[in-house]
Design a protein around this ligand. Structure first.
Ligand SMILES: [Zn+2]
Length: 152
């Protein structure tokens, strides 16, 4: 169903298992030091099978974004349109994911985002991303919504 995330299989099972524990993981190759994503059993750079799993901090930058107007899954039709982005994670891999949160539809290219964990339409855990900082009003971020802590 999902063109956005790897399907669970033998190679990606550790990724899904970690995701269920709210951990975003990726692989690196111990032979060429390349970063490997999506999960697979051989390095996409040098075909080595010497891959290691790592935990991502889940922080990244929006590389590109688009609004989805036709849901790949009929169960998501009531959420249309929703923003989907290519996100460059700080660890050096790029993944496609949904942008969520109140500012999701305004999240610009280049915005800093962080992973949040939710559920896909089939109930599987999925990583989504939301802006790290409020996008809408850069100069007047009021505390009207009771945001709690202040970061100056
Ligand atoms: Zn390699």
């Amino acid at each position: 169903m999902s063109e956005h995330h790897p399907e669970p299989d033998e190679d990606s099972r550790p990724w899904w298992d970690a995701l269920a524990r709210h951990l975003l993981t990726y692989q690196t190759c111990t032979d060429c030091n390349g970063v490997v994503f999506y999960p697979r059993n051989r390095c996409c750079h040098c075909l080595s099978d010497a891959l290691q799993w790592h935990q991502s901090l889940g922080l990244g930058t929006v590389y590109s974004r688009t609004l989805v107007h036709r849901a790949p899954d009929p169960r998501m039709r009531d959420q249309l349109p929703y923003p989907v982005a290519l996100i460059d994670l700080d660890e050096g891999f790029r993944m496609m994911s949904r942008l969520v949160g109140p500012d999701a539809n305004q999240t610009p290219i280049g915005a800093r985002v962080q992973v949040v964990f939710g559920l896909g339409p089939d109930g599987r855990p999925l990583p989504f991303f939301e802006p790290v900082d409020p996008v809408a009003a850069p100069d007047k971020r009021g505390d009207a919504n009771g945001g709690g802590h202040e970061t100056t």
